[in-house]
Ligand binder design. Sequence first.
Ligand SMILES: C[S@@+](CC[C@H](N)C(=O)[O-])C[C@H]1O[C@@H](n2cnc3c(N)ncnc32)[C@H](O)[C@@H]1O
Length: 212
Amino acid sequence: MSADVFGLNKNTIVAAAVSCAAVFGVAALMRGGTASAIGWAAVIVAASAAAAILAFTIVFSVLFGAPYLPTDRRNLASMMELAAVKPGDRVADLGSGDGRILIAAAKLGATAEGWEVNPLIWAWSLWRVRRAGVGKSVRLHLGSYWGAPMSGFSVVTLFLIQSKMPRMARKLRQELAAGSRVVSYVFKFSEWEPAATNGHGVRLYVMPGDRK
Ligand SMILES: C[S@@+](CC[C@H](N)C(=O)[O-])C[C@H]1O[C@@H](n2cnc3c(N)ncnc32)[C@H](O)[C@@H]1O
């Protein structure tokens, strides 16, 4: 199984495991006797797992703003293309999710660092990066991107949420060197003019020489 196929189906796999436990539980309940006790246990485990995963994800979304939603393959390729990621680039993905952008950048010869605040997703990304064989080119930080030092990065990738964009614009203008490329998926920097767009939500911004 290739890394991408497995990675894209992560949520499906968890949902399938929980559903299997639930189906097994219901079947055992219908048979009665000892099977019934096993059935109840399976239903309780499945319900608890589903509730825990849902609660954890919702709590993180509410607290930190951007929910976990991976960039699709086509737009990820566009992000790399518009930013012209190449060997020698240092790429930062702020809110790095399952690590797919870092993996793509590393495969293009760049070094890449991600900041991810959700420990479950961060742990998953660690495993994906290792499995993709790019561990030497990728660093994964567990923590908020607001504290991530941006100096030295030539490319920054973002898939945040609109309410976080003004603060992120101030951070990037203060910390990035002139000429650094910033690629945002879906959400715009309202005060900046994009240098390019793919027409499907990916926008490239190039840091100007002056600082505001
Ligand atoms: C929409 S997802 C994008 C994931 C990945 N960049 C991609 O494009 O596939 C946003 C990610 O940002 C993470 N996140 C939200 N707020 C954060 C913060 N303050 N610091 C670090 N990560 C954060 C979320 O947990 C989520 O995984």
